[in-house]
Design a protein around this ligand. Structure first.
Ligand SMILES: Cc1ncc(COP(=O)(O)O)c(C=O)c1O
Length: 298
């Protein structure tokens, strides 16, 4: 039976209750983070909590989010769910809390936030797609422009775009802005590779600045590659040598077709493969450092 962590308590999932007046439910008034754990080690926890803290400040929800405490709680949740050995995903949700008045404006006395952490095994399909690559569709029916760059609970358009991708047997949908450039995927950021140069849409183009995007940029630069942050028109993506999308669960995911058309020769590209390897090495390095640090503390 699954155990979740709700408002500072570990509880059986079917007993975990949130108020009918929770503003996350009424208005999507909250934020979330999706993280990946490797054999119990949550990768990039400091960065994820940093993004969540920043978002919480922007929308005025109190959230402290100290990494050591959260690492403990996440480790314990994984253990209680028997997930400490394999690959798993964690989702941390925070809402402004319950508001009995039910008005759009938050009450003058802020309610106490609702905090929920859940864990589950990683979807095994990801490993296969990392070898073969994702197919994506372009989605022009409105882009969920994200002016604050926060990971809010408003994922309705992302969900509808993803459902459309599934209907077309694709694994991701890429949002196209009115100017014809691609913003991001429903749960990923986009990169193209042309003549060895990486291009990714700029952080201020209405996307969610992904943690994996940030890590991929750092790793590529460390390897001496040129990374441009510039708009990516659909044509430029279609004529790129390679493309990939990034996300905490899918890591560096080759993008091999878009709207049924091959990118490059339709196989994961060399630069993409190289960055996948570098990413896995970075995860392992952080995990080993963390495990060594924890052993020293004992
Ligand atoms: C809209 C959107 N863009 C990008 C990403 C990738 O972000 P990260 O690398 O932090 O997982 C996500 C992750 O779910 C997302 O929902």
């Amino acid at each position: 039976m699954a155990v979740v962590y709700l408002n500072k308590r570990f509880v059986q999932a079917e007993r975990a209750k949130v108020s009918a007046f929770d503003r996350g439910f009424s208005y999507g008034d909250g934020l979330f983070e999706t993280l990946r754990a490797y054999a119990g080690w949550v990768f990039g926890l400091e960065r994820h909590l940093g993004r969540l803290r920043k978002g919480a400040v922007q929308i005025g929800i109190p959230f402290r989010g100290e990494p050591p405490q959260w690492r403990k709680v996440m480790g314990e949740l994984l253990r209680r769910n028997g997930l400490e050995a394999g690959d798993s995903s964690l989702r941390l949700t925070i809402t402004r809390g319950a508001d009995t008045l039910g008005s759009l404006l938050p009450p003058e006395t802020p309610p106490s936030p609702t905090l929920l952490l859940v864990a589950k095994p990683l979807d095994a399909g990801i490993f296969e797609y990392q070898q073969t690559g994702f197919g994506a569709i372009t989605f022009r029916w409105g882009s969920p422009f994200n002016p604050l760059g926060i990971k809010s609970l408003n994922y309705l358009y992302n969900m509808l775009a993803m459902a459309q991708a599934r209907r077309e047997s694709a694994q991701e949908a890429l949002f196209v802005a009115p100017d014809g450039s691609i913003v991001e995927g429903t749960t990923s950021n986009l990169f193209t590779v042309s003549k060895g140069v990486l291009t990714t849409p700029p952080a201020d183009s209405g996307l969610l600045p992904g943690i994996t995007r940030e890590v991929a940029i750092e790793l590529a630069k460390k390897e001496g590659m040129t990374v441009r942050e510039a708009l990516v028109p659909v044509d430029e993506l279609l004529s790129a040598d390679e493309a990939f999308v990034t996300g905490s669960l899918k890591e560096v995911m080759p993008l091999t077709t878009v709207d049924g058309r091959k990118i490059g020769d339709g196989n994961p590209g060399q630069v993409t493969r190289f960055l996948q390897e570098r990413y896995w090495a970075a995860v392992e390095e952080e995990r080993l450092q963390g495990v060594r640090g924890a052993t020293r503390e004992r």
